[in-house]
Design a binder for this molecule. Structure first.
Ligand code: HEM
Length: 519
């Protein structure tokens, strides 16, 4: 009897093992072959799938080689930043298949196809699942939510970013910039100072994000975002290491530190939210509406008003705060950094921008929101910077079901990679000078700058377009206007041109700039 029992156990174990191996073979061998066949019949090819690793080995090899040394002072950055795309596009055309392990991605850079994905047929696509490490950082907020919950949160949070609301933040934004510049002046000698701008711009944008997220609870919010910044550093560190599945669950020193931080962030936010709730109870309507609307205030209000299923919980608020910090801080600081580098590289445009700023805002007064709206040359410069150096270089969508895309039959589950950077550098859209810095092309507005209105998509497009776009542009132009009022600047001799990507586009060896005080 015992023997029969153990034979049965062995048999069922063998059966389970075979089933597992079969599933693995289907996932890692049969399915990729089938997908390759499906696309090849439609004329879409790509580098061949390799068992388990897909094209990751070649892809990482190309990226490492490209970033191994700086490049000349040119804006033709696609071969360095998206080397795999640049390389395979030459062989297979702009629409090709690339395998990230057993996950397939179809690259799509044709503006008409982009329109289908993001606007005319957007209901057939959804955001893809971010890798666990990114997910931990970006939180379960607007960036990654889907369906009704996303729509509900977007509606609640949107008023934070209306221009009327952002306008109220302009004086504090300007004060933060001026304080930063006063520190620069104090660090210099004979009116000249060398500054690594990217780090300074990060603190500046963090300050503004803290105000938009926490409003009157600014000081407490700042402490929470400091913890979040430490969390980002740990994740950035992990991101650069070889990926081992499940590694984030091991009790390594880094993971233990990260778990502790996570707990601390949540605890502080919960405390802050309950304090804020108490304060709000004691205020009249007038008092509540005095300051700018902030993310936390709006979410607390929504949670008080609505006690049904779609109610906003404390966990939701925690996740949205993480999302805000992740989405808003480094994107805007990178835009500021690249625009400063570009103005340092192109002194002629720096002079033009300064002349305009002095004419519109005067030489010392803090620019207002209305001043900023009149800075047309600066707007063109910022747009050209977003075109050549978009902080978000790509985005991904996933087909929810089988769908027709511009005549191609896309099986459900396929991921589509939209290389924003490549679209922005495409000569078919931008002409022969696509890789030149020419802000003048935006003279007649964004939609007329290229040959296709969807050739310029630094903030995405469609319903999931960037909610923080107004804030990012306002803050960038305001900061640049104040810098231009007070300083002339050029690249430091130590500057090395090396745009690279680690989630966002950033200068690999920093951005040292020499600032000269204008007397
Ligand atoms: C130069 C600065 C910025 C750039 C280049 C940028 C870029 C983008 C892009 C490309 C998307 C769309 C992603 C996709 O469709 O997959 C996006 C979405 C988003 N951005 Fe930004 N962003 C910037 C600043 C900000 C700021 C300042 C905030 C908030 C404070 C913010 C919050 C968000 C959020 C929450 C989403 C998701 C919106 C949704 O899905 O409903 N971004 N951003």
């Amino acid at each position: 009897m015992e023997e029969l029992f153990s034979s049965l156990k062995l048999l069922s174990f063998t059966f389970m093992l075979l089933l597992f191996l079969l599933k693995l073979t289907v996932l890692l061998w049969w399915r990729p072959r089938k997908i390759e066949g499906h696309f090849s019949k439609q004329g879409i090819r790509g580098p061949p799938y390799r068992f388990f690793i897909g094209n990751v080995k070649e892809l990482v090899g190309m990226m490492l080689k490209a970033s191994s040394q700086p490049m000349p002072f040119s804006h033709n950055i696609l071969p360095r930043v998206l080397s795999f795309y640049h390389h395979w596009k030459k062989i297979y055309g702009a629409t090709f298949l690339v395998w990230f392990g057993p996950t397939v991605r179809l690259t799509v850079s044709e503006p008409d196809l982009i329109r289908e994905i993001f606007t005319s047929k957007s209901e057939f696509y959804e955001k893809n699942e971010a890798p666990p490490l990114v997910k931990q950082l970006e939180g379960d907020g607007l960036l990654s939510l889907k369906g009704e919950k996303w729509a509900h949160h977007r509606k609640i949070i949107s008023p934070t970013f209306h221009m009327e609301n952002l306008k109220l933040l302009v004086p504090v934004m300007a004060t933060s910039v001026v304080e930063m510049l006063e520190k620069w002046s104090a660090m210099g000698e004979k009116g000249e100072v060398e500054i690594e701008v990217s780090e300074w711009f990060q603190s500046l944008t963090e300050d503004v994000i803290t105000r938009t997220a926490f409003g009157s609870s600014y000081e407490d919010g700042k402490a929470i975002f400091r913890l979040q910044a430490q969390q980002m550093d740990l994740a950035a560190d992990a991101f650069q290491k070889v990926f081992i599945p499940g590694y984030r669950f091991f009790p390594t020193r880094r993971n233990i530190r990260s778990w502790k931080l996570e707990k601390e962030i949540k605890k502080s936010l919960v405390k802050l939210i309950s304090r804020r709730r108490e304060n709000e109870k004691g205020c009249g309507v007038e008092e509540k509406e005095k300051g700018p609307k902030d993310l936390l205030g709006l979410m607390i209000q929504a949670s008080n008003m609505n006690m049904n299923m779609s109610n906003v919980t404390v966990d939701d608020m925690v996740e949205e705060c993480k999302s805000f910090f992740f989405a808003g801080k480094q994107t805007t600081s990178n835009l500021l950094t690249w625009t400063t580098i570009l103005l340092a590289m192109h002194p002629h445009w720096q002079v033009r921008a300064r002349e305009e700023v002095l004419k519109v805002c005067g030489s010392r007064d803090h620019p207002t929101k209305d001043h900023v709206a009149k800075l047309r040359t600066l707007s063109m410069i910022v747009n050209e910077s977003l075109r050549l150096y978009p902080p978000t270089i790509a985005t991904i969508r996933r087909a929810k079901a089988d769908v027709d895309l511009g005549g191609y039959k896309i099986p459900g589950g396929t991921e589509l990679l939209i290389p924003i950077l490549a679209v922005h550098h495409d000569q078919a859209i931008w002409g022969k000078d696509a890789n030149e810095f020419n802000p003048g092309r935006f003279r007649e507005g964004v939609s007329r700058a290229g040959k296709h209105p969807l050739g310029f998509i630094p903030f995405g497009v469609g319903v999931r377009t960037c909610i923080g776009q107004n804030l990012a542009l306002l803050q960038t132009k305001l900061a640049l206007a104040i810098i231009l009022q007070r300083f002339t600047f050029c690249l430091a001799p130590t500057y090395q041109h090396a745009p690279t990507v680690l989630m966002l586009l950033y200068p690999q060896y920093g951005a040292p700039i020499i600032f000269q005080l204008i007397h």
